[in-house]
Design a binder for this molecule. Structure first.
Ligand code: C2O
Ligand code: CU
Length: 523
């Protein structure tokens, strides 16, 4: 445990060199690899004004190969046209000058003039319709991080759509299958667009039955953590404020706090003032979570933690940032948010130091019927995460601009081909010196084991799995959502340089490609 913690903060991203070198940008080459020769190509139906560059690839239909299975275009995998409950939103991507705190001003890219963009609150089973209006000077898209959207609604430029040109509008439609905490962000040149402010929270509340009174939340609040570069300095903001975020709640209230990390590095936080449970990870409820006191919570880049707690009769709870001070007394950790009225950390009963590091492999209680290490998988793959110098040699730390999967840099990483219905196992081994928050689109990963040891507590389902140096994980996903899906590191530097690969369903093709007139940059 101790060495798990020790590794966190020594591994800050060092990608300045990588940026300067402009090495293998994955986006330059995906299209070539993804269009099977001879595959018929269709384009997205003109249901949304994708602009004049809707059908830029392969005008000439080509005869299918002999005995080839029928193919469909990823663009045809869209959400339904109608549903019992429809929630419609318009997100206008546009520049705006934001005031994050006294004297703290940034020229941001925003949705509807704010960053985070509006929190989209919908109910499980709703059809969500989002009109993206692009008023940026550059093309953009929106990806629904963690949501199992249909293949054509995934928002990956050059894979599932063309980037939406300035002045144009594009519509996403998807039914939200699972309740939980998710987020949305640009997936066109995300390395530029997400840090500049193009992200927001997506909260899916459970459909009926409504939980019993004892499980109801009086306050349901979202805290979106984001680091801004301000005058060359990293500055953390919560819900767009660099000051202290105040979340009103009355004494004794039950609170659900949905923490979202939009950064490229892990964030270490803790809650003081009340014992709390980790109710959900990446939007998926944990089974039998037990109360924790001032435990350090490592939130992966792109990951989410739902905390649940009851405010005391007197005093408040505080969300503290422990990043560089995990060994410091709690009172030395800067507060990000205060929940309730008054102050926290007041009494003799409160812990003075943080109590260890949260470990999801041993939290809560096992549940029946879960997929485990013993469940038979239909296919298994090993993914070795590594890095190379730009000359192709294994690199020493700080000189490695290229992050690889099985020794390959995108777009040369081999795709995994899956068939609908398969249970697919992945053995992910981190042989590099960096933390890699591995994110799978369109599916969720059931975590089976870390370093070969099965989970001892609750089943855990994630879409963003932090793999630390030297660690290995066994995970599984059910191939139940046809499409062409990215599996990539959510450290967006690593994704760009070039830790990224595709999970492809047999028979699904894409008419889109990297670059081109739309200027698609998939990561
Ligand atoms: Cu949150 Cu491929 O991204
Ligand atoms: Cu990485």
């Amino acid at each position: 445990m101790a060495h798990r913690i020790a590794r966190f903060t020594t591994l800050a991203t060092t990608c300045a060199e990588a940026l300067a070198m402009g090495v293998c940008v994955a986006a330059v080459g995906w299209g070539m690899h993804l269009i099977p020769r001879g595959a018929p190509v269709t384009t997205r139906p003109p249901m949304s004004a994708a602009g004049p560059m809707g059908s830029m690839v392969m005008a000439r239909p080509v005869p299918a190969r002999k005995a080839a299975m029928p193919t469909i275009s990823v663009a045809s995998l869209t959400g339904p046209g109608a549903a019992a409950r429809v929630r419609t939103f318009t997100l206008t991507a546009r520049p705006a000058r934001l005031r994050l705190g006294p004297g703290v001003v940034v020229d941001a890219w925003t949705y509807n003039g704010t960053s985070p963009g509006p929190t989209l609150r919908v109910r499980q089973g709703d059809l969500v319709v989002v009109h993206l209006v692009n008023r940026l000077p550059v093309p953009t898209t929106i990806h629904w991080h963690g949501v199992t959207v249909p293949g054509g609604e995934d928002g990956v430029a050059g894979i599932t759509q063309d980037a939406v040109a300035p002045g144009h509008t594009y519509t996403y439609r998807f039914v939200v299958r699972d309740a939980g905490t998710y987020w949305y962000h640009a997936h066109q040149d995300s390395l530029t667009q997400v840090p500049r402010g193009l992200y927001g929270a997506l909260v899916v509340t459970p459909a009926a039955p409504v939980p019993p009174q004892s499980m109801r939340d009086d306050v349901d609040a979202t805290v979106v953590l984001h680091t801004w570069q301000i005058r060359g300095k990293d500055t953390l903001a919560a819900n767009g404020t660099t000051g202290l975020l105040r979340i009103p709640a009355r004494p004794g209230a039950w609170v659900r706090l949905r923490l979202i990390n939009t950064d490229v590095d892990m964030r270490l936080v803790t809650l003081v003032g009340a014992p709390f449970t980790v109710a959900a990870l990446d939007g998926h409820d944990l089974h039998g979570p037990h109360p924790l006191a001032a435990t350090l919570l490592p939130i992966a880049a792109g990951g989410r933690y739902d905390l649940r707690f009851r405010l005391p009769a007197h005093g408040a709870a505080g969300l503290l940032l422990a990043d560089d001070r995990r060994d410091a007394p709690l009172r030395a950790m800067p507060a990000v948010a205060i929940i309730g009225m008054g102050s926290f950390l007041p009494t003799h009963a409160a812990p003075t130091h943080a109590h260890g590091l949260f470990d999801f492999t041993a939290y809560g209680t096992p549940a029946r019927g879960a997929v485990t290490l013993h469940t038979r998988a239909d296919a298994s793959y090993t993914l070795r995460l590594g890095n190379l110098s730009q000359h192709g040699f294994s690199a020493v730390a700080h000189l490695d601009p290229v992050y690889t999967i099985n020794g390959k840099a995108a777009p040369d990483t081999a795709p995994i081909m899956v068939r609908r219905g398969q249970l697919v196992r992945l053995h992910i081994v981190n042989e590099s010196g960096y933390v890699h928050p591995m994110h799978l689109h369109g599916h969720t990963l059931v975590v089976l084991a870390r370093d070969g040891r099965p989970l001892r507590g609750s089943p855990v389902t994630l879409d963003t799995l932090d793999v630390l140096p030297g660690e290995s994980y066994d995970v599984a996903f059910r191939a139940d959502n046809p499409g062409i899906w990215m599996l990539h590191c959510h450290n967006l530097y690593h994704a760009r340089y070039c830790m990224s690969m595709m999970i492809m369903y047999e028979g699904v093709t894409t008419p889109f490609r990297a670059g081109g007139r739309a200027g698609n940059v998939s990561d």
